[in-house]
Design a protein around this ligand. Structure first.
Ligand code: C2E
Ligand code: MG
Ligand code: MG
Length: 730
């Protein structure tokens, strides 16, 4: 098996094209072809004639050559393996033959020989055109033009091959191919389309030159690939030429050109593009460039197209349709709680989860739609022709599909998806603008809670800008001392005394006034800043409560903890350090976590919580009833307290179902030995209803609003009168 290189091919190409007569072109070609595949003999036949041969000696077996025998008997040599390839379309154009004693010709060798034959065919045809014309009239201008074209072809190919062996960045090489072809043919537009791996073998535009039209001729590109040869099609005013690219034995894509004027005028151009495509094919094979193209355009974890490729496909779709009658929608998908899984289970499990999610998303869309991974836990889906209604139903299907648990690393992982939807309404819209709109809508969906879908509206854009600047300001807020804590008492309902306080963070932003934690905590979580902020909350609250405990020794502290803190590897250490610095016993501290945090990875939550529990810290499930924790998990988690979400309390006096739910939670608490705290008690009727249900603790505006540290002691005093030491110390 011989090794060939692009350099050899380039040499071959330049030499054959430099030939001024058929004879010398053929003589050079047969000799080099034989040499490159280590063949004993080579010949070129045109029609019924052997035009040139190499290695046969005095007796050329003309009959056998013309029959294109698979095994060719050569006097003095024996029976040879042969390989015949055409010099162009049809037998009339002739063929190149090589014969070898040792072994059969492999696929790569056949492809290379095919490339050489194409080049030779092209050279012979232009030589013929020249001599014909010379015979008719001495048209030196025409001669110069043909020679110039050939010279340009050679130079363009040399540049491409030089950039391949020089390992230039791939996009640069591919752009050289398209711009080279555009100049060579005088085309308005050239596109290089490559077939993706996989069953559908979708074509993706890897490079374009000139105007974008060529990229829309996917039909012609496919046809050329299917037929294995260049074709030409007439449009109303223009012509399209498509030439297949072949890498090893596979059709790897097509080079498509759009030229002005009728097809008849461009048959010569078709041959040129075919030869050009041949050379590009060989160069691509040699450099394994197609593989690299695939790698450069695809995400290795999921095998899906990446952001760059997605935008390219999107642009092509937008350019090729009238969006007013034929709308295109894009979905921006962001996974809920993925970061927690990735941080806790490690990247390998995170990758496995992403791959599984990709599979489920693909299962929700048609094969003709495009699914991509944009990065991190973000995916996008392009629904090629889809009015808003069907886009919404696809989004809902995806949300449902991702909701089911994933089996990863021997655990059941619960995550979710938030989706933003944007629809193209005007032709002028750009893919990146639409994708950004879908992103903005996704952000809204996230805010509405996990597993939601929102369709983009223009006003959301302003809001998104606010979020961006919020993120920037948040970064500085901690150093600038803009955070403060308020404390809201937890009341023992039976006696009315204060059992403890919950610390609630406040942000006094100089620019925007008081910002609610509901608005900035999710942003702090997203940016990872929550770990630092959470630590500040713990230290500040622990120091404050330790001070109050000198007067109210039984006072306890509840602190809200985000999932991002919980999965931090040093979380338990950080908690213990804060308490030690403040001098607050761990048994007086309860950490509040929401159900969604616990459910995203119950196993990890259990591990981390058990460690904390062993250190004496108590644990509470905040906003209980709004998530979807199963009772089975509740039993296994080392939990001490349930806080019934205020949504149920607000209606507790009104609806029988809410009342029943609160009663069930209270009973559950009793059975499992957990404290039950009712959140958001706003009036006397609610307080009375909860008391009568036997709910142990309550919190709410009716009992006491969250207050600054300085304002709280009078309340603590009043509510703690029953404490034996209170009056003594105070
Ligand atoms: P949460 O932990 O469930 O806190 C209770 C929220 O309900 C507080 O809102 C509180 O001011 C409010 N609230 C208390 N009583 C009543 C009432 O009777 N009626 C009504 N309508 N609301 C009442 P806030 O302070 O705005 O905090 C909102 C959420 O922000 C908290 O919900 C908690 O999840 C989060 N958060 C607050 N501080 C922190 C913090 O330091 N760290 C973390 N990670 N999250 C925090
Ligand atoms: Mg709370
Ligand atoms: Mg709550």
């Amino acid at each position: 098996m011989s090794q060939w290189s692009t350099h050899q091919l380039t040499d071959f190409f330049s030499a054959v094209n430099a030939a001024t007569d058929e004879e010398s072109a053929v003589a050079y070609a047969v000799e080099r072809a034989a040499e490159m595949v280590e063949a004993e003999v080579a010949a070129v036949m045109v029609g019924d004639e052997v035009r040139g041969e190499w290695g046969f000696g005095p007796e050329v077996p003309v009959a056998g050559l013309l029959r294109a025998d698979e095994r060719l008997g050569v006097p003095g040599l024996g029976a040879l393996h042969t390989c015949y390839t055409g010099l162009g379309e049809g037998r009339k154009q002739g063929a190149l033959m090589v014969g070898r004693l040792s072994d059969e010709f492999g696929a790569e060798e056949r492809q290379m020989l095919h490339g050489m034959a194409q080049v030779l065919g092209l050279a012979l045809r232009s030589i013929r055109v020249l001599s014909d014309e010379r015979g008719l009239r001495a048209d030196s201008e025409r001669e110069a033009e043909v020679a110039q074209t050939r010279q340009m072809l050679v130079e363009t190919l040399l540049t491409i091959q030089r950039s391949i062996s020089g390992r230039r960045p791939l996009p640069e090489i591919l752009d050289l191919v398209t711009s080279g072809a555009a100049v060579l043919l005088g085309a308005n537009s050239v596109a290089l389309m490559l077939a993706e791996e996989g069953r559908a073998r979708r074509l993706t535009v890897a490079s374009t030159a000139g105007t974008p039209e060529a990229a829309t001729h996917e039909g012609e590109a496919r046809e050329a690939m299917a037929g294995g040869q260049a074709l030409i099609r007439a449009l109303s005013r223009d012509s399209v030429i498509a030439a297949p690219l072949q890498v090893t034995s596979e059709m790897a894509g097509s080079l498509v050109a759009r030229l002005p004027g009728p097809a008849e005028r461009h048959t010569g151009h078709r041959d040129q593009l075919a030869a050009f495509a041949q050379q590009v094919s060989l160069a691509l094979t040699d450099s394994r460039t197609v593989e690299a193209v695939h790698e450069a355009h695809h995400d290795p974890v999921t095998g899906l197209p990446n952001r760059g490729l997605f935008l390219k496909i999107f642009n092509r779709v937008l350019a090729s349709r009238d969006v007013a009658t034929d709308p295109t929608s894009v979905l921006f998908i962001d996974l809920d709680r993925f970061k927690a899984v990735n941080d806790s289970l490690g990247h390998e499990a995170g990758d496995a989860l992403l791959a599984a999610v990709a599979g489920r998303i693909r299962g929700c869309v048609r094969a003709s739609d495009t699914t991509a991974r944009l990065g991190g836990d973000e995916f996008a889906v392009l629904l090629h022709d889809s009015p808003i209604d069907s886009a919404i139903s696809v989004a809902e299907r995806i949300i449902n599909a991702v909701k089911d648990p994933f089996r990863v690393a021997d655990r059941d992982i619960f995550i979710g998806a938030s989706i933003g939807v944007a629809i193209s309404r005007e032709t002028s819209e750009h893919s990146d603008v639409l994708l950004n709109n879908a992103d903005v809508a996704m952000y809204r969906a996230k805010k509405e809670g996990p597993g939601k879908m929102v369709v983009y509206e223009p006003y959301m854009h302003t809001e998104a800008l606010n979020v961006l600047s919020l993120r920037g300001d948040l970064q500085k807020a901690l150093d600038a001392g803009e955070f403060a804590l308020q404390y809201q008492p937890l009341i023992r309902l039976e006696t009315g005394e204060v059992a403890g306080v919950e610390a609630l963070i406040r942000w006094h932003s100089p620019g925007r006034g008081l910002v609610s934690p509901v608005d900035f905590i999710p942003i702090a979580e997203e940016s990872g800043l929550i770990v630092e902020i959470g630590q500040w909350v713990l230290e500040t609250a622990a120091t404050q409560v330790a001070a109050w405990r000198r007067t109210f020794p039984d006072l306890t502290l509840n602190v809200n903890v985000s999932g991002h803190q919980l999965v931090h590897p040093r979380f338990a250490d950080n908690v213990m350090r804060a308490l030690a610095v403040a001098g607050l016993p761990s048994s007086t501290v309860t950490l509040e976590l929401t159900e969604s945090v616990l459910m995203s990875d119950p196993d990890l939550a259990r591990a981390s919580l058990t460690a904390l529990r062993r250190l004496g810290v108590q644990l509470s499930i905040d906003d209980f009833g709004t998530g979807y924790s199963s009772l089975a998990y509740l039993r296994e988690l080392p939990v001490d307290e349930l806080k019934v979400d205020r949504a149920f309390i607000a209606r507790a006096e009104l609806t029988a179902e809410d009342l029943a739910l609160v009663r069930t939670i209270v009973q559950l608490g009793q059975i499992l030995g957990l404290r039950v705290v009712a959140e958001g008690i706003e009036n006397a009727a609610q307080l009375e209803a909860l008391r009568s249900l036997g709910c142990g603790y309550g919190q709410g505006y009716h009992l006491c609003r969250p207050a600054d540290a300085a304002d709280l002691p009078p309340f603590l005093e009043r509510a703690s009168l029953r404490h034996p030491n209170a009056s003594l110390i105070a």
